[in-house]
Design a protein around this ligand. Structure first.
Ligand SMILES: N[C@H](CCC[C@H](N)C(=O)O)C(=O)O
Length: 278
């Protein structure tokens, strides 16, 4: 199977063209191709397929073989991929995901190379039973949880996929892997959760460190960036337009009325090749 490997804000993905191949088992394809020793290596895979309700459908699977309803860095790579491979021939289109239909706008240079991708990510869901989080309050804002004897204050929101955000003063004092792994699978999160540790630099700039549901430690997360800005704004810590610095890059998140989320950033093609022995 021919593949394209891409990266956006440090999140790396393998893209397959579902118009050329029929994928029988996405989960196995994801596990096998994302393996960093016995595969190509990536945080997740995406397959483009025909949609009945939008211009195209995006299927996303995490590196552990679990399905993700949506992927923010992924959908920017996906949009560049379908445009530059001439699968779609327009610069604004809609993408069907398991988390609803997302609208895309592409900015290209004189050579028709996609330089910037803007995505309307839709509105976040704050209700605890919808995220879902097993907790005795309607929303999950600055709640306490004890992990390994340490008291942690967390907030959660659904931005296509469940996200938990922990605002920290200095990431150097945080055990990202240890806490990330324990929080991801904590019984309070019945569908598990992605975990974002966020340093606020000022009202328009944050640093984010990510532990992803289904992929572990990653160098960035698009939906996580959106979740962090949404919760930062809701808690009065951030303005409506924020530059997000991930460990692998950067992107911009803007909120319009009622937390309607717009995400803007780049995406890069690393290589193309052929995956054998599937
Ligand atoms: N890296 C992705 C999130 C993938 C979703 C996945 N980790 C899940 O919750 O299933 C992003 O940029 O938004």
């Amino acid at each position: 199977m021919k593949f394209t490997k891409m990266v956006a804000a440090g999140n790396d993905f393998i893209l397959y063209n579902g118009f050329d191949y029929t994928v029988n088992n996405y989960s196995n394809l994801a596990k096998k191709s994302c393996d960093r020793h016995f595969g190509i290596g990536a945080d997740g895979i995406m397959v483009c397929e025909k949609s009945d309700v939008a211009d195209i459908k995006m299927i996303y699977y995490n590196s552990d073989g679990s399905r993700g309803e949506m992927c923010g860095n992924g959908i920017r790579c996906f949009s560049k991929y379908v445009y530059e491979n001439k699968i779609l021939n327009k610069k604004s289109f809609t993408v069907e995901t398991l988390a609803g239909i997302k609208t895309i706008w592409l900015e290209t240079n004189d050579d028709d190379i996609v330089k910037m991708i803007k995505v309307n990510m839709g509105v976040p869901i704050f209700e605890s039973n919808m995220i879902p989080v097993n907790i005795n309050s309607d929303e999950v804002l600055l709640e306490d949880i004890v992990i390994d004897g340490i008291n942690i204050m967390f907030s959660s929101v659904l931005v296509g996929v469940p996200h938990t955000v922990i605002f920290v003063d200095d990431i150097k004092h945080v055990d990202i892997n240890g806490l990330g792994e324990k929080l991801e699978s904590h019984s309070i999160f019945p569908e598990k959760t992605n975990v974002n540790f966020v340093e606020i630099l000022d009202r328009n700039n944050i640093n984010i460190y990510t532990w992803e549901r289904g992929a572990g430690r990653t160098l960035g997360c698009g939906t996580g960036s959106c979740a962090s800005v949404v919760l930062g704004k809701k808690l009065g810590k951030l303005d409506s337009l924020v530059n997000v610095k991930t460990e692998g890059g950067q992107l911009q998140v803007g909120l319009k009325d009622n937390y309607n989320i717009y995400m803007k950033g780049g995406a890069t093609i690393i290589c193309t090749g052929t995956m054998l022995d599937l």
